[in-house]
Design a protein around this ligand. Structure first.
Ligand code: SAH
Length: 187
């Protein structure tokens, strides 16, 4: 994380807080996640140099850049086209090359590149969307904030040969995953 310049991802007027351990507002009423939560989610994803990762909720591209430092390749999906475009520009400026940017409803995953060793959802959902569980590789992990709009628990679902193992990593607060499969509206 120390090698990803967070000041590159926060709005210019909030630059002085780029290294505070806080979420910050970004355009379109979304947020750049708190560094601690980015670290926790990335840890729970259990990545290595060979990992193929799907991120749902590109936002600024900050978490994308952190994932790309560790993993082999990151596919990242964003529903708001303007956010995806600026994230792509930032990642290009930082020469982060092992990333594929996609636009659309990430609750459906991206079956074309499945299965994934990890799927990291950076928006809140009432439950783990079935298409995402279905796109996990053996031993793959889905990391997702599950709860209501106000607060969630960070949940991890790991596909094993016989079952899905589940555990909780702690409380968190994310903007909603907007999808017929999650929350219908932004507010
Ligand atoms: N990981 C980001 C923070 C993302 S905030 C960062 O580090 O900056 C959550 C993002 O999820 C928002 O940009 C929001 O537009 C996006 N989002 C919400 N619902 C989505 C969906 N169904 N598919 C893809 N992206 C979605």
């Amino acid at each position: 994380m120390a090698s990803v310049p967070r000041e590159h991802f926060v709005p210019p007027e909030l630059m002085d807080r780029a290294y505070a351990d806080l979420p910050l507002p970004i355009p379109r009423q979304q947020t750049i996640s708190q560094p601690y939560i980015v670290a926790l989610m990335t840890w729970e994803a259990g990545l290595n140099r060979k990992s193929r990762v799907l991120e749902v909720g590109t936002g600024t591209g900050y978490h994308t850049a952190v994932l790309a430092k560790i993993a082999l390749h990151v596919w990242t999906i964003e529903r708001l086209s303007d956010l995806s475009t600026s994230a792509g520009r930032r990642l290009k400026e930082l020469r982060v090359e092992n990333v594929t940017l996609l636009e659309g409803d990430g609750a459906l995953g991206h079956s074309a590149a499945a299965p994934y060793d990890a799927i990291v959802v950076t928006a809140a959902s009432p439950s783990a969307p079935q298409p995402l569980l279905a796109q996990l590789a053996d031993d793959g992990r889905l990391v997702i904030p599950v709860g209501d709009r106000a607060e969630q628990m960070l949940r991890i679902y790991q596909r094993t040969a016989h079952e899905i193992r589940e555990w909780t990593a702690g409380p968190c607060r994310f903007v909603p995953l907007v999808s017929p499969a999650a929350f219908d509206t932004e507010v």
